[in-house]
Design a protein around this ligand. Structure first.
Ligand code: NAD
Length: 499
């Protein structure tokens, strides 16, 4: 069994209370690791270390090139340790080995991209000011300060990299709280940070529970910005707590993404796409294609193929490369998903595939849920409106494109969306009318560290990735440099309006 301590001010330390919590393998309920469990007091120590490191420490004062090469070294180390990190992610999170391989590979690649962003000079010249006078005007981007980063359990290392990369690239210091359910790879990342010589206090990683550690990070006045990824319900709380000090927030929250198949779609592509959109990582993706909109014209043929392919999906040991779906993260999550399935049936939807837990006795210790497809769903039903975060697809039929778009947008969420059509122009027209932060045409789940990602409506505030994402970790300063050197009049505004 593994043991992890907290990472505060460059040291590995036990929690002040001495408490630990167990990280459980969702496939067999074995204890993967005993992890020091931070509470509010540990959070305050981590925040103080990050504050000191920002106000007087090395990280914000290093050159862009120095920061860039350190992030590149972190990327290289993730690459070197890829095999071990994959194995750990699988047992700690229930991720299939196929997904974990992609996650760890991309964690290294993404950190490499962030290292390049760290070297960029974001200063801009502002030209053409309407107020006359000789001056140079600069738009300078500076780090926000101490960033509190709070992440969920569905992409543990990748999420940690997605927060640390841009925050550090912009010169901030960070307190990172991984999910209490999946702390292991984040703690391995802490080891990597010490190996590459990250300055003390620049990054602090403290696993613990949301109500104590998370809330302390959000409420503490020494933290300048919160970068949160998680549910909309907790996102709302974060915003309320952060408002007390007008702390900056970016929120990456939940979704109920609409997947619209148009009547001219390539059916085999769209069927595979719909499966991937919902069942990738057991449906535990914020931007999963959870609502499938099918035109009545092709509904029956599409469903026949979709049902046949869903039945062939293999639930199993996530370490096995032939497994398509592993367990969901926890008993609690399993029960929550089964509760939604019961609700769907109660409200009149038909579970045409799945709808329960697998009967295979070799899977009895795992938190499995069968891939489930509901037809006869109305967009107003609970299973079409609330985020289930499990392998449950709601199929809704429609007559016209306008109807599909209207229903797609009838949701509190607006994270992702997809359109399947052979006609690019037609698909683009639908994509533009969807109120969502990312829309894929004939594709799904393609998220890149170079393209902005985030939500409309209650799916979030702000964007991650790309230049927009980097700028979320900066303050904007206007510096006006006078180049006249002398004044004719005391009150300078007298010179503005032409005589
Ligand atoms: P969650 O909201 O329960 O927890 C997310 C994080 O917040 C965890 O680290 C948790 O400990 C912490 N937390 C909980 N209560 C807190 C509080 N009161 N104050 C501060 N922190 C608190 O979400 P989850 O179950 O871990 O993850 C699933 C959710 O995450 C889904 O809703 C999913 O859509 C969302 N998600 C969104 C994105 C995105 O990019 N938009 C990506 C992945 C997951």
């Amino acid at each position: 069994m593994l043991h992890y301590q907290l990472f505060i001010n460059g040291e590995f330390v036990d929690s002040v209370s001495g408490q630990t919590s167990d990280s459980i393998n969702p496939f067999n309920q074995e204890v993967v690791a005993k992890v020091s469990r931070a509470n509010a007091e540990d959070a305050r120590l981590a925040i103080a270390a990050a504050r000191k490191a920002f106000d007087g420490g090395a990280w914000p004062r290093m050159t862009r090139e120095e920061r860039s090469s350190m992030l590149k070294a972190i990327s290289d180390k993730i690459n070197e340790k890829q095999k071990d990190l994959v194995a750990l992610e699988v047992i700690d999170s229930g991720s299939t080995v196929r997904k974990a391989k992609e996650d760890i590979y991309l964690s290294a690649r993404n950190m490499h991209s962030f290292s390049k962003m760290a070297a960029m000079d974001l200063t801009e010249n502002i030209e053409g000011l309407s107020k006359p006078g000789f001056s140079q005007n600069l738009l300078v981007r500076e780090p926000v300060g101490v960033v509190g980063a709070i992440i969920p359990w569905n992409f543990p290392l990748k999420m940690a990299v997605w927060k640390l990369g841009p925050a550090l690239a912009a010169g901030n210091t960070v307190v990172l709280k991984p999910s209490e359910l999946t702390p292991c790879t984040a703690m391995e990342l802490a080891k990597i940070l010490t190996e590459v010589g990250i300055p003390k206090g620049a990054v602090n990683i403290i696993p613990g529970f949301g109500e104590d550690v998370g809330e302390e990070i959000v409420k503490n006045p020494m933290v300048d910005k919160i970068s949160f990824t998680g549910s909309t319900a907790v996102g709302r709380k974060v915003m309320v707590f952060a408002s007390q000090h007008l702390k900056k927030v970016t929120l990456e929250c939940g979704g109920k993404s609409a997947n619209i198949v148009l009547d001219d779609a390539d059916l085999s592509l769209a069927v595979d796409g719909a499966l991937y959109a919902i069942f990738y990582h057991q449906g535990q993706c914020c931007e999963a294609g959870t609502r499938l909109f099918l035109p009545k014209k092709i509904h029956d043929e599409f469903m026949e193929r979709l049902i046949a392919k869903t039945r062939k999906l293999k639930l199993g040991d996530p370490r096995d490369t032939s497994t398509d779906l592993g367990p969901v993260i926890s008993k609690r999550q399993q029960e929550r998903i089964l509760g939604y399935i019961a609700k769907g049936k109660e409200q009149g939807a038909n579970a045409v595939v799945g709808g329960g837990t697998p009967s295979d006795p070799t899977l009895s210790k795992g938190f499995f849920v069968e891939p489930t497809v509901f037809t006869n769903v109305k967009n107003s039903m609970t299973i079409a409106q609330e985020e289930i975060f499990g392998p449950v697809l709601s199929v809704i039929s429609y007559d016209t494109d306008d109807q599909a778009i209207e229903m797609a947008n009838d949701s509190i969420y607006g994270l992702g969306g997809g359109v399947w059509s052979k006609d690019k122009e037609r698909a683009m027209n639908v994509a533009q009318r969807l109120r969502a932060g990312t829309v894929w045409i004939n594709e799904w789940h393609l998220i890149s560290e170079k393209a902005p990602f985030g939500g409309y409506k209650q799916s979030g505030i702000g964007r991650e990735f790309g230049l927009d994402g980097l700028k979320e970790y900066t303050e904007t300063k206007h510096v006006h440099i006078d180049e006249v050197g002398s004044r004719e009049k005391k009150f300078w505004y007298d010179t503005v309006v032409p005589k």
